[in-house]
Each structure stands twice: as structure tokens, then as C-alpha cells.
Design a protein around this ligand. Structure first.
Ligand code: KG4
Ligand code: ZN
Length: 338
């Protein structure tokens, strides 16, 4: 059988990702970022995001095919993100994908965005396989998933309030670092002392759940106090300490799940997994237990079309039918398909 040639389309939030994956290998992966457009608003504006996807998707699809040196007629399936995400943004990629598949006579498959993040480690880690514990941390979601077998996802825990990326973004904005806050805090932290301020680590009762909403209040109070006492606020130290507080909780809970399930593999996905301190700490904890760590490279942690293409290829391989009747699902939950 000829190798599957998949065009992957990701438009769940503010990145327009188009990629070609052939036989499980990335042939092209282009991402049109809207960061500059949204930065002036301090966050993603849904209507603006949807319109920006409309403007860029066609040329990015051309680029992805050209860079992959794949003729459109050779595409065997188109995979597009079905959810979760911003409805207006999802509709753009999903409809474009359906239309393209229909025109090309290719299969069409809707993909869960978080499943894309969860499978992305496969590109670079041959040994990544179930049973595994996967930390998914992005702007909208933070979850610990146990994958006992391919395609089976048991949600062990997650955030009870803000997602980890949301916490980074809110704190980055508060500290005047612009949008998105995650990469800015990561960058500035390398110049700061992560032990400078001991911000509280919220540890909800469940060993696998997180809570990040209280962190912002602690930071605001600390900054106010230090201003009131006439001191300069050491922004790099605060950034590094904030990062340490978030990373500590993510790592502790993830490895609680590793210990609980006895998994020999731990993986991660989502934009927050691009964080250098988080990656280092996960590597340390994995090494202590002698378990395999499978993290995608940072560019494959953040939103991209390649992970959607791969998830689409596997969904078809695992027997999910190519359907034309499906719709987007902005509130989609991992493991719940229509
Ligand atoms: O997965 P993703 O690209 O988009 C969503 O599905 O939400 O994740 C975006 C999130 C943002 O909150 C961003 O601040 C965060 O990932 N992020 C980071 C880093 N790079 C991106 N957070 C911490 N450190 C980073 N280096
Ligand atoms: Zn994402």
C-alpha cells in the first residue's frame, strides 16, 4: 500500500498551521503566527483570529505542499482540528479542509487538538509508546493523561481553574512582559533567581490536579508590598520565581501519576512544554526513576499542523471513518468523539 500523504490543518486558536506528513514523517510544517496582531490587544481576540486565519490559510496551504514537494493530487487525506478551541477559528480550518479533501477526492478526518499534542512526541521518539503518562499543558488546557494503549486516554487530573499557559500569560501581562507571557517569562527567567521569592504552591486535594488562579494574587500582593516599601521590583527574579512555582506543581503532579501507574514512559505536549525549566525538571525526575522521557522539540510543542496530520493519519489507521457530516466542537473533550 502506498504511504499515506496527509495534509494537516490547525486553526484552533491564533496559529494557522499547515503541514504535510508522509508515512508518519514531517515533510513540511508551516505556521503563520498571529502573535503580532493580538499583542496590541494583550490577548487573543476571537473574531480577529478567525479573520486572520481566512486571510492566510490558502497561501500557507500552497507553501506547505510546495515545501513538501507534494502535488495536491497525491494527498490521500486531509486532517483538520475539530476542537477544542475558538469556534470561529475552528470553522475556518475545518471548512477549508473539508472543501480541499472533497476537491481532491481525499479522505477527511476531524482531529482532537489535544490528541495532536499527545501524539506529537512520536515524530522524534521512536520508543514513545503506551503505557505512558502524558502532561498536556497549553493556553487553554492542563491535563495529566494516562494512555494505557494507543487511542485510549484516561484523564487522571487537570486544572481546577486556570490552565498553566493562561497563568503564564496573565502573569506575563501583569509584569509588563507583553503577550504571550509564557515565552517572555521563560526568556527573562534565565537572568533571574528562581529562589528569590517563595510563591505558594497550590496543591489541591487530588494528587493529580492543579490550581493556578491563586498565584496571580500572591504575585500582585508581593509586588505591591515591595513597591510600597520603596524597593525596585526585581522583575527577572519575580519571573523566575513565578516560573518555578508553576513548574514545581506541574512536575510534582505528573510524576505522582507516573508513580501511581508504574508507567515507564512519560511524555508531554502543548505550548507550556516548550518551557526550558519545565523540560529540565522533567528530565531530572525521569532520570531519577529511570523512565523514558518523550518531549517534542519546542516547535512541535506549540500549535502546529504536523501533529494534526499525524493524529489524522493514526485515526484513519485505527479505523475511524472518513466523515463529511461532522462539525467543529469548540468544547471537545479528549476521548469523546461524535
Ligand atoms: O499549545 P499552544 O501553542 O496553544 C494552545 O493550544 O493554547 O500553547 C500556548 C501556550 C501559551 O499560554 C503560551 O504562553 C505558552 O503556551 N507557552 C509557554 C512557552 N511557550 C509557549 N509557556 C511557558 N514557557 C514557554 N517557553
Ligand atoms: Zn495547543
Amino acid at each position: 500500500m502506498a504511504e499515506p500523504v496527509i495534509l494537516g490543518i490547525e486553526t484552533s486558536c491564533d496559529e494557522t498551521g499547515l503541514a504535510v506528513v508522509v508515512g508518519g514523517q514531517i515533510r513540511s510544517n508551516v505556521v503563520g503566527s498571529q502573535v503580532e496582531i493580538h499583542a496590541r490587544f494583550g490577548g487573543v481576540v476571537p473574531e480577529v483570529a478567525a479573520r486572520a486565519h481566512v486571510e492566510s490559510i490558502k497561501s500557507l496551504a500552497h507553501r506547505a505542499l510546495a515545501e513538501a514537494e507534494v502535488h495536491p493530487d497525491d494527498v490521500t487525506a486531509v486532517a483538520a482540528t475539530q476542537g477544542p478551541g475558538l469556534a470561529g477559528s475552528l470553522v475556518v480550518g475545518y471548512s477549508f479542509g473539508k472543501a480541499m479533501a472533497w476537491t481532491l477526492g481525499a479522505d477527511f478526518v476531524g482531529v482532537d487538538h489535544m490528541e495532536g499534542h499527545l501524539l506529537a512526541p512520536m515524530f522524534q521518539h521512536e520508543g514513545y509508546e503506551p503505557p505512558a503518562v502524558v502532561l498536556l499543558a497549553s493556553g487553554g488546557h492542563s491535563q495529566i493523561v494516562h494512555m494505557p494503549a494507543w487511542g485510549t486516554y484516561n484523564l487522571m487530573g487537570g486544572t481546577i481553574d486556570d490552565a498553566a499557559g493562561e497563568a503564564f500569560d496573565k502573569l506575563g501581562r501583569y509584569l509588563g512582559l507583553g503577550f504571550p507571557g509564557g515565552p517572555a517569562i521563560d526568556q527573562l527567567s534565565s537572568e533571574g533567581d528562581r529562589a528569590a521569592v517563595q510563591f505558594p504552591r497550590a496543591l489541591p486535594d487530588s494528587p493529580f490536579d492543579f490550581s493556578f488562579s491563586g498565584l496571580k494574587t500572591s504575585v500582585v500582593n508581593w509586588v505591591r508590598k515591595s513597591r510600597d516599601s520603596g524597593e525596585d521590583v526585581p522583575v527577572a527574579d519575580v519571573a523566575a520565581s513565578v516560573q518555578e512555582a508553576i513548574v514545581d506543581v506541574l512536575v510534582a503532579k505528573t510524576f505522582n501519576a507516573v508513580d501511581e501507574t508504574g508507567s515507564r514512559t512519560v511524555a508531554g505536549g502543548g505550548g507550556v512544554l516548550a518551557n526550558r525549566r519545565l523540560r529540565d525538571r522533567m528530565a531530572e525526575e525521569a532520570a531519577k526513576r529511570n523512565v523514558q522521557l518523550a518531549l517534542p522539540s519546542p516547535d512541535l510543542c506549540t500549535d502546529n499542523g504536523a501533529m494534526i496530520a499525524l493524529a489524522g493519519q493514526l485515526a484513519l489507521q485505527w479505523g475511524r471513518p472518513s466523515v463529511w457530516t461532522g462539525d467543529i466542537d469548540a468544547g471537545k473533550r479528549l476521548g469523546h468523539d461524535h
